[in-house]
Design a protein around this ligand. Structure first.
Ligand SMILES: Nc1ncnc2c1ncn2[C@@H]1O[C@H](COP(=O)(O)OP(=O)(O)OP(=O)(O)O)[C@@H](O)[C@H]1O
Ligand SMILES: [Mg+2]
Length: 360
């Protein structure tokens, strides 16, 4: 059997989680695999007393993770909010892995998410043949999480139609899911909670009802505070992804990572780092996640078609692709940036040349 392309967090970091569970002597909330301290340690990284190294998963303020973990230890659910690419999904997966040892109880929210995805559905062949029975019932990930006392994850909560969102209100406040067809209910076991994510840019699509919002504590994940922090995130993830994809070794190219992060930050802010030149901002978010894929793509180019060293010519097309999402307005933004900022930096001459060579 082949290896899976992307193991779940609880599989990939099984060893770290096992070590943490061994050394963790603090109180664990009912149904939790680890104490809140150990969950935060797993997220932020550190070194255990016995020398075991826990790799950082989230790079950013520790306090945010403490607030998120503390919320989950109460009877409230957690909503991770932020602009695209701020690690909402990533943090939610690792929280579920550390708390329940299972990050797979997932509902992907879309405008078409049906109520069955949050409550339960039926196997219609059996339903017709045998009538309603426990065997004919198809559990949703949320129902399963309630039964198992695990974390249920809901991605992009605000995209879900409001009547389906409302199904969550009973679950979160009564901690039970009635099944009138069978004249029973599924009661949530201890350890059950919900982690939802929502995108800032989607706000207003289906504003959360105030009844639902009251059942969530919101933690806003910010864009990385400084360029150094963002470079660290990109470098770390690129190295992990490169290993997982078994890309041929390419020199890590920290200089290129720094440059891509600088370009993204300047365009996001509409201002150069030295604060001297105003630039136009493009329509896309230019998130950290996009910087990660630009660099990963560049490394593949360098490794397979270049001399193995990540160079400006390997990232220029990717950067342009990330910036120019709208063919008309963003093209102007990019050209202006290249001619007024990139060109003026003598140490960026190679990048300037590479940008000019990208086919428009
Ligand atoms: N502060 C951070 N710490 C660690 N990794 C980060 C950070 N910010 C972004 N990343 C990385 O960015 C990638 C994308 O993150 P993720 O998919 O979780 O974003 P998201 O906030 O869910 O975005 P979207 O709104 O588009 O769904 C992940 O690989 C993650 O590792
Ligand atoms: Mg996401």
């Amino acid at each position: 059997m082949g290896e899976v392309l992307r193991p779940h967090a609880e599989q990939e970091y099984a060893e770290e989680l096992a070590r943490l569970a061994e050394v963790d002597e603090r109180v664990r909330p009912p149904g939790w695999r680890l104490s809140p301290w150990a969950v935060t340690e797993y997220l932020m990284g550190g070194e255990l007393a016995d020398g075991t190294v826990i790799t950082p998963k989230y790079v950013g303020p520790r306090r945010l993770m403490e607030v998120a973990v503390a919320t989950l230890a109460t009877d409230r659910a957690l909503l991770l909010l932020g602009v695209p690419g701020t690690a909402k999904t990533w943090v939610s997966e690792h929280l579920a892995a550390a708390i329940s040892g299972d990050s797979t109880l997932l509902v992907q929210g879309t405008a078409g998410t049906p109520e069955e995805a949050v409550r339960y559905g039926w196997n219609y062949a059996r339903l017709l043949a045998e009538g309603p029975s426990p065997e004919a019932l198809v559990e949703s990930p949320v129902m399963r999480a309630m039964r198992l006392g695990s974390v249920a994850r809901i991605e992009e909560l605000t995209r879900i139609p409001s009547d389906v969102q409302d199904a969550l209100i009973t679950i979160l406040s009564e901690k039970t899911l009635p099944v009138p067809e069978l004249n029973t209910e599924v009661q949530a076991h201890r350890g059950f909670t919900v982690i939802a994510t929502a995108n800032d840019r989607d706000r207003g699509v289906n504003e959360l009802s105030s009844a639902l919002r009251r059942r969530f504590n919101t933690v806003v994940l910010p864009v990385p505070g400084s360029a150094e922090e963002e470079v660290e995130i990109v470098a770390r993830r690129v190295a992990q992804l490169g290993r997982a994809l078994e890309l041929p070794e390419a020199a890590t190219g920290l200089a290129e990572i720094r440059r891509v992060v600088t370009v993204f930050r300047e365009l996001r802010a509409g201002l150069t780092e030295d604060g001297r030149t105003k630039v136009k901002t493009p329509s896309g978010p230019l998130s950290t996640a996009e910087a990660i894929s630009v660099i990963t793509g560049g490394i593949a180019l360098a490794a397979h078609f270049g001399d193995g060293e990540l160079r400006a010519s390997d990232v220029a097309a990717g950067v342009r692709g990330a910036v120019v999402q709208d063919a008309v307005s963003d093209r102007v933004v990019w050209q202006e940036y290249v001619e007024t900022v990139v060109r003026e930096r003598p140490e960026w001459a190679d990048f300037y040349r590479a940008c000019r060579e990208v086919p428009a």
